[in-house]
Design a binder for this molecule. Structure first.
Ligand code: NDP
Ligand code: HSE
Length: 437
């Protein structure tokens, strides 16, 4: 009989994800042992409330409220508590003691990632975080390892299931934002306080993580331009649908040249955007996630699946656990954080994309020419113009929808400001970016 060495595992958190990790780890211990060459011994599970209900199959005697004692002496620490503190303190303690760390905590990584990576490197420990982006979807390891020899050009990610569910409802049921959010809450997709999801904070944290990995550059979450979906109207979603687009909250990470200096930089941004219906991301419905990666040599790749859920996310955590255990068995330094490119993170004003601008205008001769002149003066080239007079919202006005060729955000903002100053423009009703064309 093979004698395996024993690795001591400390689990912090036994909620939606942690509870499933514990259950699967205990249930499939023999298989994991055979795959890793080590006996994975769950030495304890830190929680806040020892008496709270737990997932089936979790022995009560493993629960403790003393996380610090549990961490010290573990070979691998799995953090599934969430939040910044005390998660940060515990992970620094774990890394400082030489343990490898596995976490699904995107909020912590996006705000304190450098501190954790630096300490891991100093002590020769590893930090794994497959569960932090896209739940069950393997995307961290593909970016870190499989595509490490390629040059990633752009990532378009639907990385927040709650907002994708809401946008899907707005499109398919014609709901306004509030009604769709109420449905998401009733079905358990949205949290009691949905701010982090609907205002794009969760997606921005994931964009910071993806951009850092893809471009070998530290991208702090504060550098991610963020717009949520709360101001999106049912009319905008319906207008997009009629024009052949779906509205998606996208996390966009892009390698681009500064339009003024030509210097290479990166952009990380989150906003609701129009995606052509036939684009692979256009087919991502409900609360699912997908990450569309465009790389120089590999071309286009799509990673799709469950972006959340206890047992689904536990799959990603256990994958990390197997990697960590194998490294312990084989020895060696593991993979360090790659920040060699150190590219500047460009401001949103430097980004170029296409736009769809909806205007309520006075319906009289010369107005179209005046508006076209404003676009031209700001260097924004018009691609399409649609005018609707059939159902004007105000007597004597028409709706103009102007699609543009690519232009910088700076040029588009200046155009919109000038349009707002025109007497003939009753209102700039909507400005949406078009991505993925
Ligand atoms: P839960 O809120 O369901 O569980 C959190 C767990 O951590 C609970 O068991 C809680 O204990 C414990 N905990 C919290 N604070 C402390 C503390 N100070 N000391 C000891 N234990 C503590 O969270 P989730 O399982 O949903 O999420 C965990 C992590 O995984 C988060 O970082 C989240 O962002 C990430 N993630 C979650 C996904 C999901 O679908 N849920 C998807 C992808 C990532 P107690 O039970 O006693 O209250
Ligand atoms: N709140 C997140 C979502 C959970 O809706 O996708 C996974 O990070």
């Amino acid at each position: 009989m093979i004698e395996y060495r024993t690795l001591s595992i400390a689990l912090l958190g036994a909620g939606s994800v942690g509870g499933q990790v514990a259950r699967l780890l205990l249930q499939h211990g023999d298989e994991l042992e055979a795959r890793t060459g080590a006996r994975l011994e769950l030495r304890g599970i830190a929680v806040r409330d020892l008496d709270a209900p737990r997932a089936d199959g979790i022995p009560r005697e493993l629960l403790t409220t003393n996380a610090r004692d549990l961490i010290l002496g573990a070979d691998i620490v799995i953090e599934l508590m969430g939040g910044i503190e005390p998660a940060r303190e515990y992970l620094l303690l774990a890394l400082g003691s030489g343990a490898d760390v596995i976490t699904g905590n995107k909020a912590l990584l996006a705000t304190h990632g450098p501190e954790l990576f630096d300490l891991a490197e100093q002590v020769g420990a590893q930090l794994y975080y497959e569960a932090a982006v896209g739940g069950a979807i393997p995307i961290i390891r593909p970016l870190r390892d499989s595509l490490a020899g390629d040059r990633v050009k752009r990532i378009l990610g639907i990385v927040n299931g709650t907002t994708n569910f809401i946008l899907d409802r707005m499109e398919t049921a014609g709901d306004d934002f509030g009604t769709a959010l109420a449905t998401a809450t009733a079905l358990g997709y949205a949290e009691a306080d949905p701010t982090g999801d609907v205002e794009g904070h969760d997606a921005a944290q994931k964009a910071a993580i993806l951009a850092s990995l893809a471009f070998h550059t530290r991208v702090p979450v504060e550098a991610v331009h963020r717009e949520g979906i709360t101001r999106l109207t049912a009319a905008e979603v319906e207008g997009a649908r009629k024009a052949g687009y779906v509205v998606k909250l996208l996390a966009i990470c892009e390698r681009l040249a500064d339009p003024d200096t030509g210097q290479e930089g990166v952009s990380a941004r989150v906003y609701p955007a129009l995606v052509p219906r036939e684009h692979p991301l256009g087919a991502v419905r409900g609360a699912n996630n997908a990450v569309f990666v465009e790389a120089e040599a590999a071309g286009s790749l799509m990673f799709y699946g469950a972006g959340a859920g206890g047992v689904e996310t536990a799959s990603a955590v256990l994958g990390d656990l197997v990697s960590a255990a194998r490294r312990h068995v084989a020895g060696g330094p593991g993979v360090a954080e790659s920040v060699s490119a150190d590219l500047p993170v460009l401001d949103i004003s430097r980004v170029t994309t296409q736009y769809r601008v909806t205007l309520a205008v006075e319906d009289r001769p010369g107005v179209l020419a005046t508006i076209a002149a404003i676009f031209s003066e700001h260097g924004v080239s018009v691609e399409t113009v649609e005018q609707t007079v059939a159902a004007p919202t105000v007597e004597g006005t028409a709706t103009l929808v102007i699609g543009t060729h690519t232009a910088t955000e700076a040029a588009l903002s200046a155009t919109v400001a000038a349009l707002n100053g025109l007497e003939a423009v009753v209102a700039v009703q909507s400005v949406l970016r078009i991505e993925g064309e």
